[in-house]
Design a binder for this molecule. Structure first.
Ligand SMILES: C[S@@+](CC[C@H](N)C(=O)[O-])C[C@H]1O[C@@H](n2cnc3c(N)ncnc32)[C@H](O)[C@@H]1O
Length: 338
């Protein structure tokens, strides 16, 4: 905790903390407890209406801890999972071993712990769900990942200092909030800007969202499941997988088909967020306009990729119905703060 204290701030007053026993105390005297090793830094979202949605989502994710942890009981299995998905492996390869990394909406912290297997990094996972964070912290403790830290916090009132992070990751989260763009802008404040004097590129932001086009088949299946009392759940490709445990499939099903709040987004929408907030587009997963040389064996996420046009994006995203659409339709866009 002491190690990451300079990176933390009181989400309410935005002042620094000091540690006193099992409390974090801000400069204006606000006290936040640390319970079972998890600092409780969750404060409400700005408007009462948005806070109501957040609380509903917190209740949901306190009950359904996502992603499921069954069978994830060693660093080797985490590495194996990242290798199979490709994405986790490419993120790991792109991030410097000395980076300070923040994962927001880390859920059960599988990505946070995976990135922390490189123990020269500092990796922080923030989520609102104590049940999920407890699972992440359990893994961290079992495998002695002292460079990994978990905190309870709210995307819209982050307990992290501005301009302090080399990399911020937020995947599968903002579409469950009432203001995804507002959440993105809050997270961007935490990313280090470029420093041309020191020859340093800006920090990176990775945003994973449900894609409007890719999610159409899932939307149709959702209607079928709702009207048939969840019969035919094997219409979902993930539910048919032989390599996933039953309990993980059940959490997946609830998360995908019974989630109380979700929005869908497009490539051009996120490119618009980047353009309006002084962020350079680097890459997308899946790619949005082709690969660059040297990517035969995997993607180089922090190198600049072609952007394509609005027309080619529509064609790409229609194709995603038959690829990523089979596994929830999540796409990730990666940008660099200028
Ligand atoms: C679908 S899970 C994604 C977990 C993980 N990022 C992944 O990709 O597997 C969404 C997570 O976002 C968290 N979340 C949603 N709204 C949040 C908020 N306002 N502040 C903090 N966490 C939030 C939930 O508690 C939940 O753990």
């Amino acid at each position: 905790m002491q190690k990451i204290l300079p990176l933390l701030r009181d989400p309410a007053s935005k002042t620094s903390f000091h540690l006193e026993g099992d409390h974090l105390i801000s400069e204006n005297g606000q006290k936040y407890p640390i319970i079972n090793g998890l600092p409780r830094l969750l404060t409400p979202t700005k408007t009462a209406e948005e806070e109501k949605v957040r609380q509903m989502m917190q209740k949901f994710y306190e009950q359904f801890t996502f992603p499921g942890y069954d069978g994830i009981d060693s660093p080797g299995i985490l590495m194996d999972k990242a290798g199979k998905s490709g994405f986790g492996k490419w993120v790991d390869e792109a991030i410097s071993p000395f980076a300070t990394v923040l994962e927001v909406g880390c859920g059960t912290g599988q990505m946070t712990n995976f990135l922390g297997l490189t123990q020269t990094r500092t990796v922080i996972g923030v989520d609102q769900s104590i049940a999920s964070l407890t699972l992440g912290k359990g893994f961290r403790d079992r495998f002695g990942l002292h460079n990994v830290h978990f905190l309870q916090g709210n995307i819209f009132a982050m307990p992290i200092k501005e301009n302090s992070m080399d990399v911020v990751i937020c995947s599968g989260v903002l579409h469950h909030t009432p203001d995804p763009k507002g959440g993105y802008l809050e997270l961007l404040k935490l990313v280090k800007p470029a420093s041309p004097e020191q020859g340093r590129r800006g920090g990176k932001i990775l945003i994973g969202l449900y894609n409007t086009y890719a999610r159409i088949p899932l939307g149709i299946r959702k209607m079928i499941f709702t009207s048939t009392g969840n019969a035919f759940s094997s219409l979902d490709a993930h539910m048919r997988r032989k390599d996933v445990d039953q309990s993980k499939k059940e959490i997946w099903f609830v998360d995908q088909y019974k989630n109380p709040h979700e929005n869908w987004h497009s490539v051009d929408e996120v490119l618009g967020w980047f353009d309006q907030s002084n962020v350079k587009y680097l890459s997308g997963v899946p790619d949005i306009a082709g690969k660059i040389p040297g990517e035969e064996a995997g993607m180089k996420l922090f190198e600049e990729h072609p952007r394509g046009s609005a027309f080619t994006h529509v064609l790409k995203q229609l194709g995603w119905m038959f690829t990523i659409g089979r596994e929830g339709g999540l796409f990730v866009m990666i940008g660099e703060k200028k």
